[in-house]
Design a protein around this ligand. Structure first.
Ligand SMILES: *[C@@H]1O[C@H](CO)[C@@H](O)[C@H](O)[C@H]1NC(C)=O
Ligand SMILES: *[C@@H]1O[C@H](CO)[C@@H](O)[C@H](O)[C@H]1NC(C)=O
Length: 299
């Protein structure tokens, strides 16, 4: 018995070391690649144009893109805009989901409610029950089928390509839901998940469940208010919680000046700025200006 259980133990330890528990490494050059892709999603669907023929300003930074497909779905309450693209120069499929109209971001923040509802995949995949932000999950669900079928189509057409997910703001948390969904429900490997200005998407159990299954790099920019929403605590009780790994840019638009943070909520990172109201920080990540890009794709 003993040798077998030791061998199993060794195998398990090995797979854990190589898997979800190791923090992904941060590469700023890759973040610059990802942020333009995240920005291009604001030139898709009901938001703007330029992704359909890959002519948007941000799109021009990726001349290796040979295919792109808009994803745009709406219900009475929610809209999801984004795209999937194949970048032949990296052999990479990129799924990018946009957030709210960048010109209406202040209203979005003012109107944000804090309702949670059960996130079904936690219980379904053997974890304790967990809860996610009802509106964020609803926004994702409206585009779920379109996302899954687009990813399947691109994975079939480009079988050797890695799958990378990016998103900004509301699009960041939607890409977290997409990554869990693709991994668990569709058995599709997500090779990278990189987000910018992500709001909190669920409770502690949700954050733990995410970490047990996937890893992400979650960029925060100085006094960006959105990573503080919804609040971590309410009336002294644990409320919403981020998953790791945060990468915190500690000054305005300061390339190279970042910190890879510890754990889920590191109080020496974004959390140290408790009264953040600076939308400029939310609309600029790793040197990419979401507003000017967006205005250009409205022309
Ligand atoms: C892309 O499409 C728009 C209209 O939808 C057109 O004005 C523009 O010239 C096209 N750009 C390219 C590079 O084909
Ligand atoms: C990619 O683009 C080529 C050339 O336009 C086209 O033949 C092919 O069907 C596209 N593939 C996907 C998955 O859209």
């Amino acid at each position: 018995m003993k040798p077998v259980s030791l061998a199993l133990h060794a195998l398990f330890a090995c797979s854990v070391a190589a898997g979800a528990s190791a923090a992904p490494t941060y590469d700023e050059e890759y973040a610059k690649y990802g942020v333009g892709m995240a920005g291009a999603a604001y030139c898709a669907g009901t938001l703007g144009h330029g992704v359909e023929n890959w002519s948007c300003r941000a799109c021009k930074g990726y001349p290796g893109v040979t295919n792109s497909t808009i994803i745009t779905e709406s219900s009475l309450s929610y809209t999801l805009n984004g795209f999937i693209a194949y970048d032949s120069s990296e052999d990479r499929i990129v799924l990018s989901i946009a957030g709210t109209d960048p010109l209406k971001i202040r209203d979005w923040i003012d109107d944000l409610d804090f309702f949670k509802s059960e996130y079904p995949l936690c219980a379904k995949y053997g974890s304790e029950k967990c809860e996610a932000h009802e509106g964020f999950l609803g926004s994702y669900d409206v585009g779920r089928e379109a996302i899954v079928s687009a990813v399947k189509e691109y994975k079939a057409a480009f079988p050797t390509a890695a799958l990378h997910l990016v998103g900004h703001s509301l699009g960041a948390i939607m890409s977290v839901f997409a990554a869990l969904d693709l991994t668990l429900e569709e058995n599709i490997k997500v090779d990278s998940l990189l987000t910018f200005g992500q709001p909190r998407g669920g409770d502690q159990a949700f954050a733990d469940f995410f970490e047990a299954n996937l890893e992400e790099l979650r960029l925060t920019h100085y006094t960006d208010p959105v990573p503080h929403l919804p609040p971590q605590n309410l009336l002294g009780e644990a409320f919403f919680q981020h998953p790791s790994t945060e990468v915190y840019y500690e000054q305005y638009n300061s390339l190279g000046s970042y910190k890879v943070c510890d754990g889920q909520e590191d109080n020496t990172c974004s959390n140290k700025n408790l009264v953040d109201v600076d939308l400029l920080m939310h609309l600029n990540y790793v040197g990419f200006d979401f507003i000017s890009n967006y205005l250009a794709c409205k022309l």
